[in-house]
Design a protein around this ligand. Structure first.
Ligand code: ATP
Ligand code: MG
Length: 213
């Protein structure tokens, strides 16, 4: 049995958390078993992944080099893949992730614009053992309005990185979507319910009804 691996990508404040919550609720109502995760991170407060999250998002670490930053993200990802995503998928669970490997390509690759994008992809491959999402929903928002949403409650280290950075991230994402149109679906900005309807239209055809083989 193999579950379904769906990732959400997009800029800060693009609505990933909002859409994951709506999708998870809808799937659970239909009887599907769903587990949600967000990267970087872990699953319980104080675990290694959560402590890595604190390091990479804390503005106090502004001197963190781009390679160190990338490897921290990959360490968090490697741990989640091994201990949570793969076991859940093997049980037939639907796994929803708030950011995954594409985030590293978009942010540490295109955004930071220091490391070759292919190096980031290679580290993703090593960290994930090649686990690729069945579907990736790219919530596309122009960088300015997304950032306004995200910084309304105070900027973290990446959100504070500036407008050009976020513009490169967005362009990187769109390039990735153009290169992998079967996996990465671009979902344009719209009211929350409309975005949810578009997301559902992509997810529903992938579902196997619970209880059916
Ligand atoms: N489609 C939408 N239209 C307008 N506002 C939205 C939309 N989706 C989410 N929002 C609002 O924008 C803000 C950011 O949404 P959300 O937290 O879901 O985004 P996110 O991508 O998870 O952000 P972050 O990267 O900071 O975690 C919230 O205040 C949310 O209510
Ligand atoms: Mg969020």
């Amino acid at each position: 049995m193999s579950g379904l691996f769906i990732t959400f990508e997009g800029g800060d404040g693009s609505g990933k958390s909002t859409q994951i919550a709506l999708l998870a609720a809808r799937l659970r109502e239909l009887g599907h078993e769903v587990r949600t995760f967000r990267e970087p991170g872990g699953v319980v407060p104080g675990d290694a992944g959560e402590r890595i999250r604190e390091i990479v998002l804390d503005p106090i670490h502004e001197g963190l080099g781009v390679r160190a930053e990338l490897l921290l993200y990959e360490a968090s990802r490697a741990q989640l893949v091994e201990t949570h995503y793969r076991p859940a998928l093997a049980e037939g669970v639907i796994v929803l992730c708030d950011r995954y490997a594409d985030s590293s390509v978009a942010y540490q690759g295109y955004g930071r614009a220091v490391l070759p994008v292919d190096e980031v992809r290679e580290l993703n491959r090593i960290a994930t053992g090649g686990l690729a999402p069945d579907l990736t929903l790219l919530l596309d928002v122009d960088a300015v309005s997304g950032l306004e949403q995200a910084t309304a409650e105070g900027a973290d280290r990446l959100e504070a990185a500036g407008h050009d950075f976020h513009e490169r991230v967005r362009e990187g994402y769109l390039e990735m979507a153009a290169a992998e149109p079967d996996r990465i679906k671009v979902v344009p900005r719209a009211p929350v319910d409309e975005v949810a309807a578009v997301v559902w239209a992509y997810v529903e055809p992938l579902l196997v009804r619970p209880g059916r083989v």
